[in-house]
Ligand binder design. Structure first.
Ligand SMILES: Cc1cc2nc3c(=O)[nH]c(=O)nc-3n(C[C@H](O)[C@H](O)[C@H](O)COP(=O)(O)OP(=O)(O)OC[C@H]3O[C@@H](n4cnc5c(N)ncnc54)[C@H](O)[C@@H]3O)c2cc1C
Length: 393
């Protein structure tokens, strides 16, 4: 494919969804990723019910139900020993599935829809020209096997994740000063059968997410504050083992177990969009901002954000760029605004020892509040029909 209408940088969930929607609409799409697929990605590996509903509506990742493990809710524990098991309502469920498998399934849908996929291709930056006196993105600079060349297209979608080279280099995204949280993720062998729930163990300043996966493996993600020069993350396997050994609810389960493969460290986690926009470029998924992994809903932002980005690209291709970014911002607020506020509130709560003590006291006398939060985090109220309506840019 020599001529392309849209270049999608990043073949994660947001890029795969955006590319699939566009290719199905007859657009010539080329997806670039620096990794070769299937590839690993640090994540809690849970797909919440709201994400699943969108994927079903889009007829994507059909094989996920068989590749994944059914998740019926979340177990949340606090430092004071509280333990609350909240189930998703009305028979709704999520799934757990290693991102290596989920992302590969989504990418195969994109390829099946006619997308050209180039793997092992790192994007080094945007080609910025000028349109009507203002800067505009006209393509990307690629680095392949030591050589650099450019690829042009009327639309570029940056779906290149939390540390988006395109969004950061153009000043469209940045890490906030606080909170500076980092994550360590690892897989452990799991002798015990799955209990059908994901787990979130909230502790002062951070938390541990645990999810059963198919094939007798458990995903463990530890999220903690960290500052530059912090040595604690220098030996992630040791830190993880020490933390798990100090946890009464997890100690016995992980005693004597070593991670399968090397733990992965990632951070700082939070990314804020600066609110700036540039014609020719649309941001999707984590590249457009990331609050915190605690709520386990990054994939919903990614797949819904990928669909919204595709809608914006279609408008730009048909009618030009006037008003495209403004409409996309409004559509993203409709779709995500309430959940962003919810996620920011929970992120702040975990950061404040005082607020966390208050929340612990509330959870003790009114566990129903925590169950409501679990349902909210799972995006259970977003039916496929609702998400289809707000997916319009
Ligand atoms: C610790 C942790 C736990 C999480 N747990 C969950 C969870 O349980 N459930 C959930 O829903 N969400 C979870 N999330 C969030 C979720 O992982 C992300 O929101 C999701 O991966 C975003 O998808 P994406 O497509 O935007 O980006 P990504 O999945 O990061 O994909 C980006 C792609 O871009 C490629 N790329 C990057 N730079 C370049 C470049 N320069 N050139 C070419 N290609 C490039 C990468 O190789 C990658 O394939 C978690 C996040 C973290 C950090």
């Amino acid at each position: 494919m020599n001529q392309v209408d849209v270049i999608v940088v990043g073949a994660g969930p947001s890029g795969a969804v955006a590319a699939t929607v566009l290719a199905r609409a007859g657009v010539r799409v080329r997806v670039l990723d620096r990794a070769t697929f299937p590839r690993d990605k640090l994540c809690g590996d849970t797909v919440n019910p709201g994400t699943l509903a969108i994927l079903r509506r889009l007829r994507m990742a059909d094989g996920l139900e068989t590749a994944g493990l059914r998740i019926d809710g979340m177990l949340v524990t606090g430092a004071g020993g509280q333990s609350i098991d909240g189930r998703y309502p009305n028979g709704l469920h999520g799934l757990s599935c290693a991102r290596r498998d989920l992302d590969w399934l989504l990418l195969q849908d994109a390829i099946g829809a006619g997308v050209v996929f180039d793997e092992g291709v790192a994007v080094r930056g945007a080609v910025v020209g000028s349109r009507d006196g203002s800067p505009a993105v006209e393509g990307v600079r690629l680095g392949t096997n030591g050589s650099t060349h450019t690829l042009s297209a009327p639309v570029v979608i940056a779906a290149d994740g939390r540390r988006s080279m395109l969004a950061f280099s153009l000043g469209l995204a940045r890490h906030p000063v606080a909170p500076a949280r980092w994550a360590i993720g690892a897989y452990f062998p799991s002798p015990a059968a799955s209990n059908g729930v994901g787990e979130m163990h909230i502790r002062p300043g951070g938390y541990i997410g645990v999810a059963p996966l198919p094939g007798g493996v458990t995903n463990v993600c530890l999220v903690q504050p960290s500052q530059p020069g912090d040595r604690a993350f220098g030996n992630p396997a040791a830190l993880l083992k020490t933390v798990l050994a100090g946890e009464p609810v997890l100690r016995t389960r992980f005693e004597g177990l070593d991670p399968v493969g090397r733990p992965v460290v990632l951070g700082p986690l939070a990314v804020d969009a600066t609110g700036r926009a540039i014609d020719g470029l649309i941001l999707a998924g984590d590249a457009a901002g990331f609050v915190d992994p605690m709520t386990g809903d990054g994939l919903r932002f990614a797949v819904a954000g990928g669909e919204l980005a595709a809608g914006a690209a279609l408008q730009a291709l048909s009618h030009g760029w006037t008003g495209v970014h403004e409409r996309l911002v409004r559509a993203r607020w409709r779709e995500f605004g309430a959940k962003w506020r919810f996620n920011r509130a929970l992120r702040a709560l975990v950061s404040s020892p005082f607020a966390l003590r208050g929340a612990t006291a509330v959870a003790r006398v009114a566990p129903g509040v925590v169950r409501t939060l679990i349902v909210r985090a799972g995006d259970c109220s977003r039916t496929p029909e609702q998400s289809a309506l707000s997916a319009r840019v």
